[in-house]
Design a protein around this ligand. Structure first.
Ligand code: NOJ
Ligand code: CA
Length: 557
């Protein structure tokens, strides 16, 4: 594998709206991020990915961009961004932005011009088609519910939106559109941005070869994923994008792929000459201890997670680096998803953080993860803030759920849970803002907050800091990035264990991901214990005894 600057990334994702408000309007801003750079440097991270900060009507909280060139005034100004880049740089932290180019906002001037003249130049920037027999061009369902087509006025024309109707899809077939995008990307790179997380890449190309598909829901619509996910020929777009932008700046890029990629295409995407540096996939997002499939089977679920994590490593083995992350702004908090409620405490939370931390790959944390922020269940539907939540709710009702069932499901799985304001301290509003926050703070901030954990050497935050320090430490950094990966104790239920070795060193990572102790015969003599979430690691005569949810990183002789 060719070595790249971003291979040692310990990334940190920021959801700017909920990170830190500095001007008392209840919404986080860029100055708020700059104000916390010392805290982020203290944790040990070296890359920040900012969720979208471009001008936006915020129908999808910034994933609906109405001006690619500007910063939304809600977040501040371009000067604020430049200051953030400068200040971050002086602490060895690089800034990545979110590149949302599968679609724009319906308020983007390009789209407004397209609506005014669908046959004109800008009509070709979007995907506009004639209806069929008074109906939409086909029966695809949007990823966020409802038809993927919206009628233009009372004409017989429709535009495609794979997400909300406020997010019309761009037409990547059009070279003029692509050129505009490349120039825009390069302007941000010229400004000092070091790369991008690229939104929804799997959907850039659509295959319209098939008319209506068999309906699979009460709405009469069909799931068209097979036709708009990784469609044949999509790689040519990525290659062109890369050559005209990222490659010229040695930029780091993380493509957001939906459910993962066909294994035989992984190297094409993230190999030495891949389209992207790495990918975020959603493979582990399907696991939830309270989902019907896993209810009362949390250990079996951990085994399934292990299988998936290890299979992915097998697929990419030595050809590129996957991204080891657990949380983001589209998922509820990991401890809620992976650990039964009655078992959530420091030990299980620290264990969860370590599950994929030492696997080959680059690491990404989400704001609040290192202090163990939790989901904040709502008592009313209108306490949620995301238009998509309401569309999904309506959809479930249409599919036959009662109002209570639909609300329960939203409360369990809503992506909004991760968007509650960052819990900095026990000051009012968790120190996030002096005004009422745009989205309610989790009332548990008195016991879960950064300030308290930073002072406490036994806190979850302190544990994350130790994991990061170990992954980055001179002696082990190369081993954890490039060292060989060998699964261990694969048949041992509830145990997620593997070995990392590089010919010079041999390190064992064992996670006892269950609420019962486990004894295992070690595969070699112990040199030293590098890390554990318990004070002691009991080893007698080559046998290790792990307590409930104990994890240990052990160097072997
Ligand atoms: C993925 C983003 O992470 C999500 O928040 C957004 O709603 C969709 N892409 C559409 O841009
Ligand atoms: Ca603000």
């Amino acid at each position: 594998m060719l070595k790249k600057w971003w291979h040692n990334t310990i990334g940190y994702q920021i959801y700017p709206k909920s990170f830190q408000d500095t001007n008392g309007d209840g919404v986080g801003d860029l100055k708020g991020i700059t104000a916390h750079l010392d805290d982020l440097a203290d944790l040990g991270i070296n890359v920040i990915w900012l969720c979208p900060v471009n001008k936006s009507p915020m129908k999808d909280h910034g994933y609906d961009i109405s001006d690619y060139e500007e910063i939304d005034p809600m977040f501040g100004s371009k000067d604020d961004l430049k200051e953030l880049i400068r200040e971050a740089d002086s602490r060895g932290i690089r800034i990545l932005m979110d590149l949302v180019v599968n679609h724009t906002s319906s308020e983007h001037p390009w789209f407004q011009r397209a609506l005014a003249d669908p046959d004109g130049e800008y009509g070709k920037y979007y995907i506009i088609q004639e209806g069929r027999d008074g109906k939409a061009p086909n029966n695809w369902r949007s990823i966020f519910g409802g038809s993927a087509w919206e009628r233009i006025g009372d004409s017989n024309r429709y535009y495609l939106h794979l997400f909300t109707k406020w997010q019309p899809d761009l037409n990547w077939e059009n070279p003029a559109l692509r050129r505009e995008i490349y120039e825009m990307v390069n302007r941000w790179l010229d400004l000092g941005i070091r790369g991008f997380r690229v939104d929804a890449i799997s959907h850039l190309k659509k295959d319209f070869s098939c008319p209506d598909l068999p309906a699979n829901g009460a709405d009469g619509l069909a799931d068209g994923f097979a036709y708009f996910t990784n469609a044949e020929g999509i790689g040519a777009y990525f290659q062109d994008l890369k050559e005209n932008t990222f490659a010229r700046y040695d930029a780091m890029t993380i493509g957001e792929v939906d459910e993962g990629l066909p294994p035989d295409t992984l190297a094409e995407y993230i190999g030495d000459n891949g389209y992207f540096s790495t990918i975020f996939d959603f493979c582990h997002s399907i696991f939830h201890v309270n989902a019907p499939q896993w209810k009362d089977k949390p250990v079996a679920m951990m085994d399934a997670i292990k299988k998936l994590l290890f299979e992915k490593q097998e697929m990419i083995r030595g050809r590129g680096l996957l991204c080891n992350y657990l949380e983001n702004h589209d998922l509820s908090r990991t401890v809620e998803r992976f650990i039964p409620e009655s078992e959530i405490d420091f030990y299980s939370s620290s264990l969860v953080g370590g599950i994929n931390f030492f696997l080959p790959g680059i690491v990404f944390l989400y704001q609040g993860q290192a202090i163990g922020m939790r989901d904040f269940r709502k008592d009313r539907l209108d306490a949620f803030r995301d238009p998509t939540t309401f569309v999904l709710y309506e959809e479930q009702i249409k599919n036959g759920m009662t109002a209570e069932e639909a609300f329960d499901q939203i409360n369990r799985e809503s992506r909004e849970h991760s968007r509650t304001p960052m819990q900095w301290s026990s000051a009012p509003n968790a120190g996030f803002s002096t005004a009422e926050p745009w989205f309610a703070v989790n009332p548990n901030y008195h016991s879960i907050n950064y300030e308290a954990q930073k002072k406490d050497p036994d806190s979850l935050y302190a544990f994350y800091k130790k994991m990061i320090a170990l992954r980055k430490s001179g002696d082990f950094q190369e081993l954890f990035i490039y060292g060989a990966f060998t699964p261990l104790y694969e048949e041992e239920s509830g145990v997620i264990a593997y070995r990392r070795s590089d010919g010079k060193r041999d390190v064992l990572i064992i996670n006892n991901a269950k609420p019962a102790k486990t004894t295992l015969l070690l595969p070699g003599a112990v040199q030293s214990i590098l890390l554990s979430n318990y004070d002691t690691v009991v080893i007698n005569d080559g046998v290790i005894e792990l307590k409930r949810y104990q994890m240990a990183v052990i160097e072997l002789q």
